[in-house]
Design a protein around this ligand. Structure first.
Ligand SMILES: C[S@@+](CC[C@H](N)C(=O)[O-])C[C@H]1O[C@@H](n2cnc3c(N)ncnc32)[C@H](O)[C@@H]1O
Length: 340
């Protein structure tokens, strides 16, 4: 059976990443051999996940695993005979694990099963709290309403991502664990001594990931006072090499006041980032890099917006990618562009 061989001292971190990707075969037992741990997998990790895990020196292996014989171990087992297996598959796709908190989506027509599902998710993930999404992500601060289903009703947690600790309140700030690979990818492009603007910082996952690895100066801006509060805590928690300067306010005002020219700008506000393109490009040095995100169906749509706004400056598109799916046919797209 397919599995992943990982060094013992990083096994827990790796298990959490794999759990976030729903790729662990939970009905088989993890095994330990000398200084390594073998985790059974449902299938071979895709290229992005492998890149994300490669920092830990992992190997994909074909090996034997024992079956879990005691008690139910998968969400399916927990909910067996109680809920339609197709619904369980749907719920599994929507699972997000943020630190000690599980957030899931339950279609309204299955409302009567919400507490059973919540308890099952709590037992199955061994986390401390389970919440259900009751609205879409909305408003300027990009948060959603959550309903408590199981475990303790405490929405503050610390999420671990590539060795970084990110404290947050899932009810008061935006955070997506699904962007971990994107943050790592971006951080790997940064060069020491850069001046960077993280225009929509949130609790700081991009800024902290970069500043942990590079001696840079990052202006980290957000309009949400709660995000700003956790950003400051996260800077203290992670003691980054680089300097992260937390700034509270509307990025348009803050940038005006700063009057700086930067080497790199991060624009992770995919719904409305287009309306900030002009101020972003104005504050980018010639040869500086823009990391622009947009919910769209085609790469060319955001690329055209960047080219139009930058005109007469030249634009070199360095990379385009689908970061994650938003809805059928619509993607959270990432465009990296150098502006001359
Ligand atoms: C999609 S979240 C991204 C947060 C963070 N970059 C991350 O990846 O977790 C967008 C953030 O932009 C902030 N925001 C929205 N409009 C803003 C504005 N005009 N000025 C500054 N921040 C803003 C929101 O409060 C929110 O935290």
């Amino acid at each position: 059976m397919i599995g992943i061989k990982v060094p013992k001292n990083n096994a827990d971190k790796i298990r959490r990443v794999l759990l976030n990707h729903n790729i662990i075969k939970l009905d088989m037992k993890i095994k330990r051999v000398e200084d390594f741990v073998y985790i059974p997998l449902i299938n071979t990790p895709n290229k992005e996940l492998l890149e994300e895990l490669n920092v830990y020196e992992v190997n994909i292996v074909d090996t034997e695993f024992e079956i879990h014989i005691k008690g139910p171990k998968s969400l399916k087992d927990y909910l067996k005979d109680k809920i339609d297996p197709e619904l369980i598959e749907e719920i599994k796709k929507s699972f997000d694990i943020i630190g000690e908190i599980v957030i899931l989506e339950i279609p309204e027509e299955f409302d009567e099963y919400k507490y059973i599902i919540g308890e099952a998710a709590l037992k199955f993930t061994k986390r401390k709290a389970v919440y259900r999404k009751t609205s879409k992500i909305k408003g300027i601060i990009r948060t959603r309403e959550l309903e408590h289903l199981a475990g303790e009703d405490n929405s503050v947690t610390i999420h671990r991502e590539f060795g970084n600790r990110l404290k947050l309140d899932v009810k008061k700030v935006y955070f997506s664990p699904r962007l971990a690979t994107e943050r790592r990818r971006l951080s790997q492009q940064v060069i020491d001594k850069e001046i960077i603007v993280d225009m929509f910082t949130g609790i700081g996952p991009f800024s902290i990931s970069i500043a942990k690895e590079h001696t840079v100066k990052i202006y980290a801006i957000d309009i949400n006072p709660d995000a700003y509060k956790y950003l400051k805590e996260n800077i203290k928690l992670n003691k980054p090499e680089g300097t992260v300067i937390p700034l509270l306010g509307d990025v348009k005002e803050v940038l005006k006041g700063l009057n700086i020219k930067s080497d790199r700008i991060i624009m992770n506000l995919p719904g409305t980032a287009w309306s900030f393109l002009d101020i972003a490009i104005k504050s980018l040095k010639s040869g500086g890099v823009l990391h622009y995100y947009e919910f769209t169906s085609e790469f060319q749509i955001p690329i055209d917006k960047i080219i139009e706004t930058a005109y007469p400056r030249k634009v070199e598109v360095i990379n385009c990618r689908k970061v994650k799916s938003k809805s059928p046919g619509i993607w959270h797209m990432g465009i990296d562009a150098r502006i001359y």
